[in-house]
Design a protein around this ligand. Structure first.
Ligand SMILES: O=C(O)[C@H](O)[C@@H](O)[C@H](O)[C@H](O)COP(=O)(O)O
Length: 261
């Protein structure tokens, strides 16, 4: 059952990142107060890392009990450990190295020089097994019901490493797959699939900047998920698009309230 997307439009990308960070703090604190822990899926890219940097700078940052937060990734560039282009490397620089996380709860996707070597399919299968092991009886399938799963939106409407028309976006069974020939470098990646994304309680799509305006308009206009993967990304109880005015500039005004501050 897909949840209709809710849109929030902010003045500019800086304010969008700050507001999204504040929203994430509240969501994590609420989950931790009701369940004793929280789980969040991070995304790579400028908007995703911008949110993490805003979170690092947020005055209320440490309302989060970092020791009871599980972090997962929606995708990862299949590069050696520590490569500056890996999403986990950039997340560490933006936030993770500044907060007292429990290392056992930071679930980075395998690197290309890890135990699976250059076998990206084996790396994907290992991450799928880790997700399955973390899922509980109350979850819906072999993936934890993440509290928030965040996705940057590419100019071609890709999310995670699910690119239009490529095999990964067509996957209906596996939760994690390898990607070859990604149009956004590097070409080899590991990614959650749409079934895994849809296990999340809430899916937040981040789109800021003029270069996202066409993608947002296409994805929110009823396009199919194979041609526009962002259109297929929705949560079990909430699907939230967080945009800035530039990224929302091609959307019908009827889709969202007047831009908030
Ligand atoms: O590994 C990646 O590159 C990201 O996970 C990717 O899905 C990203 O979120 C989008 O391409 C948007 O990136 P920008 O925010 O930089 O436009």
């Amino acid at each position: 059952m897909s949840t209709a997307p809710q849109l929030v439009v902010h003045r500019d990308k800086e304010l969008m990142a700050q507001a999204a960070a504040a929203r994430l703090i509240t969501r994590i604190v609420d989950a931790q107060s009701s369940r004793g822990e929280a789980s969040v899926v991070l995304t790579g890219g400028r908007n995703g890392n911008g949110l993490l940097a805003a979170l690092a700078a947020a005055p209320a940052r440490d309302a989060i009990d970092w020791s009871r937060l599980d972090l997962w990734w929606g995708d990862e560039r299949f590069l050696p450990e520590g490569d500056p282009d890996r999403n986990v490397t950039q997340a560490r620089e933006a936030l993770l190295d500044a907060v007292p996380l429990d290392p056992k709860r930071v679930h980075a996707m395998p690197a290309s020089d890890g135990p699976h070597g250059s076998d990206v399919e084996a790396a994907a299968a290992a991450y799928a097994a880790e997700l399955d092991a973390a899922a509980g009886p109350e979850d819906h399938g072999p993936v934890p019901a993440f509290d928030v799963l965040m996705l940057g939106v590419g100019p071609d409407t890709h999310v995670a490493s699910l690119f239009p028309e490529l095999p990964a976006v067509r996957e209906t069974e596996r939760t994690v797959v390898g990607v070859h020939g990604a149009p956004k470098p590097p070409p080899t990646r590991v990614t959650l699939t749409l079934p895994a994304i849809r296990a999340a309680r809430e899916v937040w799509l981040l789109a800021a900047g003029e270069d996202k305006a066409e993608a947002a308009a296409i994805a929110l206009s009823g396009a199919g998920e194979i041609q526009a993967p962002a259109a297929g990304a929705y949560g079990r109880s909430r699907t939230l698009w967080l945009l800035d005015a530039a990224a929302a500039s091609q959307l019908p005004r009827s889709l969202y309230p007047p831009a908030t501050a």
